[in-house]
Write a protein that binds this ligand. Structure first.
Ligand code: RFL
Ligand code: PHB
Length: 400
């Protein structure tokens, strides 16, 4: 491991709870803007760097990573994708991004790698980033000196901040710093989960394949030219151990089946996990001197590939706002933070819900609903307007 974290000061302009993509990118952008901050992360470095999650980066996310100095490996190893394939009713239809969006595309570069790159840069620059530091609470949200309380190395510590940003994910503690009734959370769950696998086999398609099947949804994605990432819709509560490798490949084969000639290449499965699906938004994303960013404020089901990108756009908007405060003394950017982000968040929520409900088959789904899904997918195939609507949402809205 290179670099040693700087000692965590007892005082910071911005205290960041959580060292996932939102917290790390924010810290990186603040460091560059000359705003001092600390990041407190409850897990160890290896855990954070290996947590298998998102794979798709929008242009705005890529631009922010490049300008934060974390674009070098992404530019070398990331795979630019100009489209996705949709499959349903044994048909396939490609959606071309550049022609439908005025030249935009997305990148395949795993969240694990984004996190590794950001951690390495912070440590290289000696910026305060502490692992194994579990935040127990944030107090004084309504004062001008909120305090983060955390445990590290068997002792309790505090950091007194000007602002605290909760980047601590859906189960984080920062949200609890806000008095009851001041924030409103709305959301929904879905009657299915995803079984995700990593396999040591070259991806069977150059682009991602999103497949509707009466047997359930399936997604073909990738991590590199030699590693495939695949997902299967499974019932909630599924134990991944109940799925043998052979059963997984057979089921994927059945769900991706099209009339055209196509073979799904099989390989050794190196990882299996099940993830539940939910949508949730907490509003506003700021109260007093406490702000929420990323999954701490909003969750999307993964079929729209938006979670990591929303975390990045929150961090970008926040870093600009703190930069403005440092340069001019104006809190205008911070005051507008929640409204600015929520417009984008709600668009992503709608798109993620749309992709989820259009492509999955609910338990006991009426045949009527399946015909509606086919009609929607037929429309995307037949109408450049409908295809462009999907493509524009997939490549993402401009940040800000
Ligand atoms: P994270 O990544 O959950 O990080 C929160 C961090 O806070 C730490 N933490 C604490 N630290 C200190 N004290 C406490 N009390 C703490 N409580 C929590 C945690 O240890 C953690 O390190 O949230 P962040 O930064 O907001 O980032 C969000 C993204 O991780 C998430 O939205 C995406 O992974 C969602 N997602 C996808 N997003 C995309 O944009 N494209 C995709 O293709 C995509 N695929 C996915 C996904 C999420 C998945 N899972 C497992 C949920 C695929 C999967 C399988
Ligand atoms: C992934 O590669 O993990 C991935 C890609 C697209 C999605 C969800 C997950 O919609």
């Amino acid at each position: 491991m290179t670099g040693t974290p700087a000692p965590v000061p007892a005082r910071a302009t911005v205290g960041i709870v959580g060292g996932g993509p939102a917290g790390l990118l924010l810290a990186r952008l603040l460091h560059q803007a000359g705003v001092d901050c600390v990041v407190l992360e409850s897990r160890d470095r290896a855990y954070v760097e290996q947590r298998q999650r998102a794979g798709i980066l929008e242009q705005g996310t890529v631009d922010a990573l490049r300008s934060s100095g974390a674009g070098e490996r992404l530019d070398r190893e990331g795979l630019a994708h100009d489209g996705i394939e949709l499959r349903w009713d044994r048909r396939a239809q490609r959606v071309d991004f550049p022609s439908l969006t005025g030249g935009h595309r997305v990148w395949v570069y795993a969240q694990t790698e984004v996190v590794k790159d950001l951690v390495a840069l912070q440590l290289r620059d000696g910026a305060p980033l502490l692992f194994d530091a579990r935040v127990s609470s944030v107090t004084g949200a309504g004062t001008d000196r909120p305090v983060i309380h955390y445990a590290h190395g068997g002792a309790d510590h505090t950091v007194v901040c000007d602002y605290v940003v909760g980047c601590d994910g859906f189960h984080g503690v920062t949200r609890k710093a806000v008095p009851e009734g001041e924030l409103r959370t709305v959301g929904r769950s879905y009657p299915y989960s995803w079984l995700g696998i990593l396999a040591d086999v070259a991806p069977s398609n150059e682009e991602l394949v999103y497949a509707h099947s009466p047997r359930g949804f399936a997604l073909l994605s990738m991590r590199s030219p030699a590693v495939s990432r695949l997902y299967l819709q499974v019932p909630n509560g599924t134990d991944p151990a109940a799925w043998t490798d052979e059963r997984i490949w057979d089921e994927l084969d059945a769900r991706f089946a099209v009339d055209a000639d196509w073979t799904l290449a099989r390989g050794p499965i190196t990882q299996k996990s099940v993830l539940p699906m939910r949508s949730s938004v907490t509003e506003p994303m700021r109260w007093g001197r406490v702000l929420l960013a990323g999954d701490a404020a909003h969750i999307v089901p993964p079929a729209g590939a938006k979670g990591l990108n929303l975390a990045a756009s929150d961090a970008i908007v926040l870093a600009r706002a703190f930069g403005q405060l440092a340069r001019t003394g104006s809190t205008a950017g911070l005051d507008a933070y929640s409204d600015t982000c929520l417009r984008r968040v709600w668009r992503a929520e709608h798109f993620s819900w749309f992709m989820t409900t259009t492509l999955h088959t609910a338990p006991d789904q009426p045949a009527f609903d399946t015909r509606l899904q086919y009609s929607q997918l037929d429309r995307i195939a037949a109408s450049p307007h409908a295809a462009a609507e999907l493509a524009r949402n997939y490549v993402g809205m401009p940040v800000g």
